[in-house]
Design a protein around this ligand. Structure first.
Ligand code: NAI
Length: 474
C-alpha cells in the first residue's frame, strides 16, 4: 500500500531520529525507515555502549588506587559479564526512550530496508521509497515530498585482514566480547583505536597500537597527541607510530594472531589474542537506490550543499553518509537544519569549525577549531596559551593532574582559532570553548568570565590568561 508523507527519513540513527522529531514539531507528516534498531550506530554500536565500557574501566582503575584517597579495599574483581550487562541495560533504556519519542511525535516507524525509486507511477520525480520489510511482509511504498538520507556508515577493514570475529575484529565485534582477551593489537590510533586502547589497558589487557601516521590522533594538536603518548606509555600501552602494517604476514593459530609492521623501515613482529581494526568507517551509500537519481557521490560519500540538499533538491542527506565530521552531534544538527530548510524556516548554517571533537579515553581529549599547525599553515600569526591541570586545585582533589588546556589564537585580531584539551572531564569543559567560538569571544573575554573556585573550569580562565602571559597560578 502507498502512503504519502511530507518527509521520509531513511535511517533512524542520531541524525535521522532527531530530524524526525524536529519535522514532527514543525507539523510535517513524517516517517522513518530503519532496518536494524532506532538509535543507530551511536546508540547500539558506538558512542553509548563504548562509553559505558569506558566508565566501568575507569571505576575499576579508581578502585585499584582507592588507597590514595584513604579508602582501603580488598583487591577489586572485574566481572566482565556484569560490565556487559550494565552496558546492555543502558542501551536498552535509551532505545526505549527513542521509541517513546517516535510515538510521542506521531512519527511512523517502518522496520525495514529503504530504497529510493526513480520516477514511477507514484511520482514523476525520483524519491518514492520502497521499504523491504524486516518481517518479510509485502514491501511498503512511501511517497514523500522530501527525503532525508541518514544511512550512516559501517566499519571497514584493510585488504588481507578479513573480519572473522575471533582473531580479527572491528569495534562492532569487540563491543559484544563475552570475555576480555589477555592481549590485543589495535590497528589505527584514531578515535576508536584510542578509546579502545585506553579502556582495554584499564581493564588489564596488554595493548599494542600500530598507527600509520607520525602521531596518535593525526587530526589533533601535536602537543595533545604527545601528551597522550606519554600517558599511554605510563599505562604500559605499547605505542607504535609510523607503523606500516604488513597484512600478508598475518598468521592466526592456537589462539594467537601474529602480524608484522614496518616501523621506520624496520620490520617487527607483534602478537595478540585479537587484532582490532580501527582504520576509519565507510559510508552506507550503496544499495539504497541512488542510481535511480541524479545524486552525486564523492568517494562513496553523498555530495550536498550547505542546506544538505543533494543534486535532487527535494532529497537531502545528513550524517556520516555525507562524510566530514563523522560525529553523532554533527549528524543531529545537520538533521535539524535539513528539516528546517524543508519547512522553509531559513536555518542558520552549521559552522563546522565550532563543532567540538571529543575522545572519551582516560585521559579524555577534546578540541574545537584549528590546531596550532593548521593555523600556521593558514597563515595566521599564531599566539598560544597553555595551562596544566597540575596547578588546578580541583584536579588535585580529584587525583587527576595530568593534561592541560591550550588556546590557539590569532595574534592580530585576538580571535580564538582553536582550543585543545587533554585531562579530566575535558569532554564537558570543551563546551565553554564551543560557546566562545559561536559568540566570537576572545581569550581576554574568557579570562573575564568568573570561573568558580575550586573547579576544573578554572583551567579555561588560566589558559586564556596565558595567551598574554598573565596566568596567575604559574
Ligand atoms: P579515524 O579516522 O579517527 O582513525 C583511523 C586511524 O587509522 C588514523 O589515525 C589513520 O592514520 C590510521 N590508519 C589508517 N590506515 C592504517 C593502516 N593501514 N595501518 C595503521 N593505521 C592506519 O577512524 P576511526 O578511529 O576508525 O573512527 C571512525 C569514525 O568514528 C571517526 O570519524 C570518528 O570521529 C568516529 N568516532 C567518534 C567517536 C567520538 O566522537 N568519541 C568515537 C568513535 C568513533
Amino acid at each position: 500500500m502507498a502512503q504519502e508523507y511530507d518527509v521520509v527519513i531513511i535511517g533512524g540513527g542520531t541524525g535521522g531520529y532527531v530530524a524526525a522529531i524536529r519535522a514532527s514539531q514543525l507539523g510535517l507528516k513524517t516517517a522513518i525507515v530503519e532496518n536494524e534498531s532506532l538509535g543507530g550506530t551511536c546508540l547500539h554500536k558506538g558512542c553509548i555502549p563504548s562509553k559505558a565500557l569506558l566508565r566501568s574501566a575507569e571505576v575499576y582503575q579508581t578502585i585499584k588506587k582507592s588507597e590514595e584517597f584513604g579508602v582501603e579495599t580488598e583487591k577489586p574483581i572485574l566481572n566482565f559479564n556484569k560490565v556487559q550487562q550494565r552496558k546492555a541495560n543502558i542501551v536498552d533504556r535509551l532505545h526505549k526512550g527513542v521509541q517513546h519519542l517516535m510515538k510521542k511525535g506521531k512519527i511512523d516507524v517502518y522496520d525495514g530496508f529503504g530504497r529510493i525509486l526513480g520516477p514511477s507511477i507514484f511520482s514523476p520525480l525520483p524519491g518514492t521509497v520502497s521499504v523491504e520489510m524486516t518481517d518479510g511482509s509485502e514491501n511498503e511504498m512511501l511517497i514523500p515530498r522530501n527525503v532525508i538520507i541518514a544511512t550512516g556508515s559501517r566499519t571497514k577493514s584493510l585488504p588481507g585482514l578479513d573480519i572473522d570475529g575471533t582473531y580479527i575484529v572491528t569495534s562492532d565485534e569487540a563491543l559484544e566480547m563475552e570475555q576480555l582477551p589477555s592481549s590485543i593489537i589495535i590497528i589505527g590510533g584514531g578515535v576508536i583505536g584510542i578509546e579502545w586502547a585506553s579502556m582495554l589497558a584499564d581493564f588489564g589487557v596488554e595493548v599494542t597500537i600500530l598507527e600509520y601516521a607520525e602521531q596518535l590522533l593525526p587530526a589533533e594538536d601535536q602537543e595533545v597527541s604527545n601528551e597522550l603518548k606519554r600517558l599511554f606509555k605510563k599505562k604500559n600501552i605499547n605505542v607504535m607510530t609510523n607503523a606500516k602494517v604488513l597484512s600478508e604476514t598475518l598468521v592466526k593459530e592456537n589462539g594467537v594472531a601474529k602480524i608484522s609492521a614496518e616501523i621506520n623501515g624496520v620490520s617487527k613482529e607483534f602478537f595478540g589474542e585479537k587484532i582490532l581494526v580501527a582504520v576509519g568507517r565507510a559510508p552506507n551509500s550503496s544499495n539504497i537506490g541512488l542510481q535511480n537519481t541524479d545524486i552525486e557521490l564523492d568517494n562513496g560519500y553523498i555530495k550536498v550543499n550547505e542546506y544538505y540538499q543533494t543534486n535532487e533538491s527535494h532529497i537531502y542527506a545528513i550524517g556520516d553518509v555525507i562524510g566530514g565530521m563523522q560525529l553523532a552531534h554533527t549528524a543531529s544538527h545537520e538533521g535539524i537544519k535539513a528539516v528546517e530548510h524543508i519547512a522553509g524556516e531559513n536555518p542558520s548554517l552549521l559552522h563546522y569549525e565550532y563543532v567540538p571533537r571529543c575522545i572519551y579515553s582516560n585521559p579524555e581529549i577534546a578540541s574545537v577549531g584549528l590546531t596550532e599547525k593548521e593555523a600556521k599553515e593558514k597563515g595566521f600569526k599564531v599566539k598560544t596559551g597553555k595551562f596544566s591541570f597540575q596547578a588546578i586545585g580541583k584536579a588535585l582533589v580529584f587525583g587527576e593532574i595530568d593534561g592541560f588546556v591550550k588556546f590557539v589564537s590569532d595574534g592580530e585580531t585576538n580571535d580564538i582559532l582553536g582550543v585543545h584539551m587533554i585531562g579530566p572531564n575535558v569532554t564537558d569543559l570543551i563546551s565553554e570553548a564551543g560557546l566562545a567560538r559561536v559568540l566570537d569571544a576572545t581569550p581576554w573575554e574568557i579570562s573575564q568570565t568568573v570561573h568558580p573556585h575550586p573547579s576544573l573550569s578554572e583551567v579555561m580562565g588560566e589558559a586564556a590568561l596565558a595567551v598574554d602571559g598573565r596566568a596567575i597560578h604559574i
